[in-house]
Write a protein that binds this ligand. Structure first.
Ligand SMILES: NC(=O)C1=CN([C@@H]2O[C@H](COP(=O)(O)OP(=O)(O)OC[C@H]3O[C@@H](n4cnc5c(N)ncnc54)[C@H](O)[C@@H]3O)[C@@H](O)[C@H]2O)C=CC1
Ligand SMILES: Nc1nc(O)c(N)c(N[C@@H]2O[C@H](COP(=O)(O)O)[C@@H](O)[C@H]2O)n1
Length: 277
C-alpha cells in the first residue's frame, strides 16, 4: 500500500452524501448513450470572477470546498480545461484525496484524465510542468490535448507519448478574430469513444462561456459552483455567457438553473443545479 502524503486532502463521508445525486452514476450509465456525463464546475467570486486577471492563478475555494472539488475529480473520468488555464496556472489536475491512486493507494485508481483544449498547440509544456511531475510521481495521468492541427510538433508529441498522454485532432471553426470554436457535441462524443464515461469542465472563462451558449448548454448534465465570499474587482476573468434575446428582440437571461441546491462549506457556498432548457 502506497503511503498517503502530507499534502493529501480529506473529504469526510458525512459531506459526500448530499453530492451523490449530483454526480455521475456509479454504474457508469450516462444520460445520453454516446456522450459522457458532463459536469460544469468552477469556483467564482461574488462578481463572477474566476481569477484576478488573465494569466493569474487565484485561490478562491476554502479548504472544505477545495476538498469537495477533489472529491468531484475522483468521481469523474476526465477533467477539462482551456489552454488559457494551462498557461496561467501550470495546474496539477489530479485528485489529491487520501485513498485514491498515488495518495494511499497503489496505481492510479480515482485519477481523472486531464484534457486541455489547445487549438493551435500554444501550451509549451515540459518535464517540469506540474502535470508531468505528478505523472512521474505516480500521482496523476498524462493529458490529452485537443487541437485543430493535423499533428502536434514532434517534440510535444513524443513527450506526451512518453508519459502515456496523447492528442485528439478535432475540426474547429476559425472565427474572424482568429479564435477557434470547437463543436462541443463532437468533442464530448470523441471523449466517450475514447473511454470517458464522465467529464468535469473546470474552465477557464472562455471555455465556460462557450459551453453555456444555446447550442451546447443542453450537453451539461450538472452545474456545481463554489461561491467564495469575496469580490475580486474589475479586470478579473469573468464568467458571463453571451446575451440572448427573445423573438421581439428583448434581452433574456443567458442561462438559468433548475433543481437548485445550496450547501454551505466553511465560508463558501456550493451551488448545484441543472440547466433549464
Ligand atoms: N476559479 C476557477 O475555478 C478557475 C479559474 N480559472 C482561471 O481562468 C483563467 C483562464 O481563463 P481564460 O483566460 O478564459 O482561458 P481558458 O482556460 O478558457 O482558455 C482559453 C483558450 O482555450 C481555447 N478555447 C476555449 N474555448 C474554446 C472553444 N469553445 N473552442 C475552441 N477553443 C477554445 C482557446 O485557445 C482559448 O484561447 C486563469 O486565470 C485561471 O486561473 C480556470 C479554471 C477554473
Ligand atoms: N475549485 C477551484 N477553486 C479555486 O480557488 C481555483 N483557483 C480553482 N482552479 C482550478 O483548479 C486548477 C488547479 O488545479 P491544481 O490544484 O493545480 O490541481 C486550475 O487550473 C483551475 O482549473 N478551482
Amino acid at each position: 500500500m502506497a503511503l498517503a502524503s502530507r499534502d493529501a486532502l480529506e473529504f469526510p463521508e458525512s459531506d459526500r452524501e448530499f453530492l451523490e445525486p449530483q454526480l455521475p452514476p456509479r454504474d457508469g450509465s450516462t444520460p445520453r448513450p454516446d456522450m459522457p456525463f458532463t459536469t460544469l464546475t468552477f469556483a467564482t467570486s461574488l462578481d463572477s470572477s474566476l481569477a484576478l486577471s488573465p494569466g493569474t492563478r487565484t485561490v478562491l475555494s476554502g479548504p472544505q470546498s477545495k476538498a469537495m472539488t477533489h472529491y468531484l475529480r475522483s468521481r469523474h473520468d476526465g477533467i477539462l480545461i482551456g489552454v488559457g488555464t494551462a498557461l496561467a496556472d501550470d495546474p496539477g489536475l489530479n485528485c489529491r484525496l487520501t485513498g485514491v491512486g498515488g495518495y494511499g493507494k497503489e496505481g492510479l485508481e480515482g485519477q481523472p484524465r486531464p484534457i486541455v483544449i489547445d487549438p493551435s498547440a500554444r501550451w509549451d509544456f515540459s518535464d517540469d510542468s506540474k502535470l508531468f511531475q505528478l505523472c512521474r510521481q505516480g500521482r496523476g495521468l498524462a493529458p490529452w490535448i485537443v487541437t485543430s492541427l493535423p499533428e502536434l510538433p514532434v517534440q510535444k508529441k513524443e513527450m506526451l507519448e512518453k508519459y502515456g498522454g496523447g492528442f485528439l485532432q478535432l475540426k474547429m471553426v476559425t472565427l474572424d478574430d482568429g479564435q477557434h470554436r470547437i463543436d462541443w457535441c463532437d468533442l464530448l462524443k470523441t471523449l466517450h469513444i475514447n473511454g470517458l464515461g464522465s467529464v468535469m469542465v473546470e474552465g477557464g472563462a472562455q471555455v465556460i462561456n462557450s459551453l453555456l451558449e444555446p447550442q451546447s448548454m443542453s450537453l451539461i448534465d450538472r452545474v456545481i459552483v463554489t461561491i467564495a465570499p469575496t469580490w475580486l474587482g474589475q479586470g478579473g476573468v469573468i464568467v458571463s455567457p453571451a446575451r440572448r434575446f427573445d423573438g421581439e428582440g428583448n434581452a433574456i437571461s443567458a442561462a438559468r438553473l433548475k433543481n437548485v441546491r445550496w450547501y454551505p462549506f466553511g465560508e463558501d457556498v456550493v451551488l448545484c443545479g441543472q440547466i433549464r432548457i
